[in-house]
Design a protein around this ligand. Structure first.
Ligand SMILES: [Zn+2]
Length: 147
């Protein structure tokens, strides 16, 4: 069993088989490639930010758990219901975060100045940071130039 994207085998990484019942096909893909593909599919910075937030929270709580796990169990596969060792799960989350952050940067670089300002304005308003929101509003009025 090999990952269709990177060619790694099940011995080297965790591989999941996806079955497409509609087309009667299936493919094997590893966790790392799957997270990269799903990050690359995302086209909205807001959606990525939400995922980054969720993964960061997950990462924090898993970090706490790891410290309470006996050292001998950190790399133990198979015993857990998901078949990934505690350290392996942590690694997976960090890899997802890395892919999401790269994708976020790609999208950010594609944004026009106006799109960027509108997004920053929305973010400021969500945080109830009215001072920053006011500054961004002024910038939008002057077409992105510093007021
Ligand atoms: Zn792969």
């Amino acid at each position: 069993m090999k990952c269709i994207a990177c060619g790694k085998t099940a011995q080297e990484t965790n591989i999941v088989t996806y079955i497409d019942a509609k087309n009667d096909t299936s493919h094997n893909i590893c966790g790392a490639c799957q997270t990269k593909i799903s990050a690359d599919k995302e086209s909205k910075i807001e959606a990525i930010d939400l995922q980054i937030k969720q993964y960061e929270e997950l990462s924090k709580s898993l970090a706490k758990i790891l410290k309470s796990v006996p050292k001998s169990d950190l790399n133990m596969d198979g015993e857990s219901p998901i078949g990934i060792s505690p350290l392996g799960a942590f690694k997976g989350i960090q890899s997802s975060l890395a892919h999401l952050k790269v994708r976020r940067m790609e999208l950010e670089l594609q944004e026009s100045t106006e799109e960027q300002l509108v997004r920053e304005l929305r973010e400021a308003l969500e945080k109830e940071d009215y001072e920053t929101a006011e500054k961004i509003r002024a910038k939008i009025k002057t077409n992105g130039e510093e007021a």
